[in-house]
Write a protein that binds this ligand. Sequence first.
Ligand SMILES: Cc1cc2nc3c(=O)[nH]c(=O)nc-3n(C[C@H](O)[C@H](O)[C@H](O)COP(=O)(O)OP(=O)(O)OC[C@H]3O[C@@H](n4cnc5c(N)ncnc54)[C@H](O)[C@@H]3O)c2cc1C
Length: 340
Amino acid sequence: MAAGCAASFYDKANGGRATGVSYIDATGEEIIQPADLVILGSWTLNNTRLLLLSGIGEPYNPATGKGVVGRNLTHQISFSPAQAFFDKPLNRFMGSAPAGMRMSDFDGDTFDHSNLPFIRGGTLAGIGTGFQPIVGFGAVPSSVKARWGSEWKKAAVYWYDRVGVVGFAGEHIAYKDHYMDLDPTYKDHLGDPLIRMTIDWKDNERKIVEFAIAKGVELAHAMGAKEVIPAAPYGHYDTRRYQSTHVQGGTIMGKSPEHSVVNTYGQHWQASNLFCDGSFAVCEQWLRESHAERYCLHVPHRGRRDRPLPQASGPSLLTFAHSPKQKATAPSVPARGRHL
Ligand SMILES: Cc1cc2nc3c(=O)[nH]c(=O)nc-3n(C[C@H](O)[C@H](O)[C@H](O)COP(=O)(O)OP(=O)(O)OC[C@H]3O[C@@H](n4cnc5c(N)ncnc54)[C@H](O)[C@@H]3O)c2cc1C
């Protein structure tokens, strides 16, 4: 691990294998690190970007449906369906990340969808992470008409410790026209194209949100809220609004190279010594942890020529032996973004 580095692209899979990583170090010098085994774990957006910059795998084309790199970009429905105002103080200045409760009654296919205009769903939650005095200040119920001044201040002080929210985390399914590609206009400080996301909410997400708002309001009333403010419905996707860090897709996992970038071991279909890890393919940290176990158990096997596993796809499996890093010299370093 070298601090201050930013890998800019991976070497082209050469005859079914990746040959190393090139990056710019803290002094601005370009370094090539040869490797027999490359693990790409730079998070969803960067994983896709680095594969596209490296030319490893066929970029997804939404017009033809061909290609896989960048495909199936999804995010997450994440919002508070209802704000609930209670009679009694909640001591909400206390809390911790896991101090809460999540219910899965309306998640996935666990409930009856026969009269509902959407598929899938999400979880409702009440979570008390601890609300700081300034950040958590200022919520007042609709019955308070003042928006500033002493009347508003008095109400805001009164309601500060009497308000809570019902949370919701819902599914964003994959669509053919939601994908990532290299931006034709915007570049980073090294001149490499940035990643471009093409994504929006569609009717399925908007209907889930409507449903979640109704359930959240119902739940808040059932909890004894004196007043409840429902959330606004979803319009279009908006990157300015914090929407959770659960961005998935782009380098998806699957059973065939026609439909996925990596196999179910995280091994790249075209470069047998290149493994991808992270939230690119498996949503949610806890799912990743179960994936990590499978991954850790199998990467060493797959890195050995003498112990191939049945699902091995590439022409050869390589050892873990590291080579010393090399400073880039003119003949061995192509223009940035080109293949080695
Ligand atoms: C505040 C917060 C709360 C969260 N809560 C939850 C939760 O409750 N439950 C849950 O399931 N998930 C949660 N998540 C999401 C979860 O943490 C992430 O989905 C997960 O950590 C992503 O893992 P990753 O390995 O794909 O990427 P990361 O953990 O982001 O690791 C990628 C690494 O790659 C490095 N990198 C990127 N680009 C380059 C480059 N070009 N060269 C070199 N290095 C590079 C980055 O610096 C980083 O260290 C939360 C995230 C945040 C921020």
